[in-house]
Ligand binder design. Sequence first.
Ligand SMILES: CC(C)(COP(=O)(O)OP(=O)(O)OC[C@H]1O[C@@H](n2cnc3c(N)ncnc32)[C@H](O)[C@@H]1OP(=O)(O)O)[C@@H](O)C(=O)NCCC(=O)NCCS
Length: 262
Amino acid sequence: MTASPDRASIRMCHSFDELNACVELQRDVWGFSDLDLVPLRLFVVAEKIGGQVIGAFEGKEMVGFALSIPGSRSGHPYLHSHMLAVRESQRNAGLGRSIKLVQRADALARGFELIEWTFDPLEIKNAHLNLERLGAIARRYTINQYGISSSPLQGGLPTDRLVAEWWLRSRRVEKLLESGAHPEFKVEHTLAVPAEIYRWKASETDRGRAREVQAKNREEFLQAFADGLAALGYERDAAGNGKFLLGRWDEAYSYAGDGSEQ
Ligand SMILES: CC(C)(COP(=O)(O)OP(=O)(O)OC[C@H]1O[C@@H](n2cnc3c(N)ncnc32)[C@H](O)[C@@H]1OP(=O)(O)O)[C@@H](O)C(=O)NCCC(=O)NCCS
C-alpha cells in the first residue's frame, strides 16, 4: 500500500499514550541507545511550556511526530524544533512536510514568526526538504553540536549541524507555499554532497571518505557564512548527488545580535 499524507491525521499530542508513542517511534527511527533517547519527561515538559508535540496517526498507530521547545534570542520568542520523524514505511509521501506545515500553522496562531532546527549537512534528503520544500534558509554552522552520538545514522562522525531558520511569514516561504518554488537568487557558491555518503558513513572501511567530505564542506560553509552568504537552494541529480546553492538572502529577518546565535 502506498503511504499518503492524506491518510494520516495530524494533531497536537497531550496524553501519556501519545507522548510515549513518540518516544517509541524515536527509538525505531534513530536507533539510539537509551542514554541518547529524548525521554518522556521532556515531551511532557515541551507540551506544557509552549512547545509543540505533534503526532501523525493512521488509525491508532503513530506514524510520525515533531517535537519543539520554546526559545528566546535577543528578546524574541521562537520555537526550536528538536525532532521530526516519519516511520520508514510511510516516508517520501509528503508526510514529513505535512507535519511541518501543521507546526507552522500552530506557531503562527500563537504569534511566533520563526521556527529553527538543526540538520546534518550530509543528509541529502533533509537538505532538499528543508531548503526546497519548506523554504528554510541556513547561514549558521555548528561543529560537533551533540558530540559523537550512538545513532547508526551518524556513522560515528562528529555531529556537525546547519541551523535551519524557517521565517514563517517571509516572502520566500509564502511564495514557496503558494507556487511550489522559492524566489530565484544569484548562486555565488555551491557545495557538493556525493550520493555515496550514506554508504561511506555506514562502512567502517570507507568512513574516512565521509569524514573528508564533512571536513571540506565544514570549512567552505564557515567561510561562505562569514562572507555573508546563506544556503538558499538545493539541487539533486538523477544519481542522487546533492548540491547546496549559496547566495545572498534579500530579506531582513534576523534575531541575531546578542551573541547567542548558536
Ligand atoms: C526526514 C523525514 C522526517 C522526512 O519525512 P518524509 O515523510 O519522508 O518527508 P516528505 O515525504 O515530506 O519529503 C521528503 C522529500 O525528500 C525527497 N527524497 C527522498 N529520498 C531522497 C534522497 N535520497 N535524496 C534527496 N531527496 C530525497 C522526497 O522525494 C521528498 O521530496 P519531494 O516532496 O520533492 O518529492 C524522514 O525521512 C525521517 O524520519 N528521517 C529520519 C529522521 C530524521 O532525519 N529526521 C530529521 C532530522 S531531526
